[in-house]
Write a protein that binds this ligand. Structure first.
Ligand SMILES: Cc1cc2nc3c(=O)[nH]c(=O)nc-3n(C[C@H](O)[C@H](O)[C@H](O)COP(=O)(O)OP(=O)(O)OC[C@H]3O[C@@H](n4cnc5c(N)ncnc54)[C@H](O)[C@@H]3O)c2cc1C
Length: 286
């Protein structure tokens, strides 16, 4: 299949890009890595009249480590850059562990962090990671800038976010987890490189033998990423034992309400949630 005809624009400044989005609104689509948009256009599931390619807009491909409490990942940073990042500490480890699960190698070479969040596939690894870490998503239009918390950014409907048609996702601010944090990521997919059937991201702050705070998010179980609040509560303030991990994993399986599809029934997915949360937590606590 070939895409419907479109006008291709390649702005060289942010102002130019935002101006094009304001001018064309719903008729325009941002082109980042093209790894989701181009297939959708080829299948004629998307028919934008104008493509605004952000490849030449300066500043969007940076990983900013200047602030000691956070790391800001530019929208155009590639999956592969995060897989092989030089970000210190547990955050760098979590990004690397998660990045290698995003699609196949050629997709990770071209696909971008911001594109994944804007596309908002319910089983996308980066969407669950952003939700788990309470990331701040920085958006900008010709009218100004705003910051949205990750869990408010994703609407619980597949491929739907609160981004307005004239808004560009600029970057994502993640907390630079200190050394008291451990991180884990577990995913089940039919084949390596496929989208997850279920995935779990965990970050756990240790206080001696106890868990001070736990952050757990799931992908593949609803229309968007889901924060497993009951599972977090089951673990936070408790001793880090196999029993408390099992209680948290059981709570996660209870609090989700997945639907069945060709990949598995709702019960199968629920059972996978228990297993993926157990694996992610065991990694985080190791
Ligand atoms: C075979 C295959 C397997 C894959 N497997 C996985 C997987 O396992 N996990 C996974 O997470 N992904 C997977 N993907 C998708 C891949 O990760 C994409 O790279 C990603 O979803 C979109 O990023 P992109 O940069 O390619 O965005 P594009 O395809 O260029 O754009 C995607 C959407 O986001 C919008 N957009 C992009 N950037 C911005 C921005 N800065 N501001 C506003 N809107 C923007 C576009 O307008 C478009 O609507 C797979 C893709 C393929 C083809």
């Amino acid at each position: 299949m070939k895409p419907a005809a479109f006008d291709y624009r390649a702005p060289r400044t942010l102002e130019e890009a935002l101006g094009l989005l304001r001018e064309h609104q719903d008729e325009a689509k941002v082109l980042a890595g093209g790894q989701s948009l181009v297939p959708a256009m080829n299948f004629r599931l998307a028919r934008p009249a104008v493509l605004v390619d952000i490849a030449r807009v300066p500043g969007l491909d940076r990983i900013d480590l200047d602030d000691p409490g956070s790391v800001t990942v530019g929208a155009r940073v590639r999956h592969l850059d995060l897989e092989h990042n030089t970000i210190p500490g547990p955050l760098g480890v979590l990004l690397a562990r998660t990045g290698r699960w995003v699609g196949h190698y050629p997709i990770r070479v071209r696909g971008t962090f911001g594109g994944s969040l804007a596309h908002a596939d319910p089983a996308a690894e980066w969407c669950a990671l952003a939700c788990a870490l309470d990331a701040e998503i920085h958006c900008r239009s010709a009218n100004g800038a705003r910051v949205v918390e990750a869990c408010d950014f994703f609407e619980q409907m597949a491929f739907t976010t609160c981004l307005a048609p004239d808004e560009l996702l600029m970057g994502v601010r993640l907390p630079s987890l200190g050394d008291s944090w451990g991180v884990g990521m577990a995913e089940f997919a039919r084949r390596w490189g496929d989208f997850a059937i279920v995935l779990a991201i965990a970050a756990v702050e240790r206080d001696g033998d106890s868990v001070a705070r736990a952050r757990i998010a799931l992908g593949g179980v609803a229309g968007g990423p889901v924060r497993a609040a009951h599972a977090e509560a089951a673990l936070s303030g408790r001793a880090a034992t196999p029993e408390s991990v099992a209680a948290a994993a059981a709570a996660a399986a209870e609090e989700v309400d997945p639907t069945g599809d060709i990949h598995g029934s709702a019960d199968y997915r629920r059972d996978l949630v228990r297993t993926m949360v157990t694996r992610a937590l065991n990694q985080a606590l190791a």
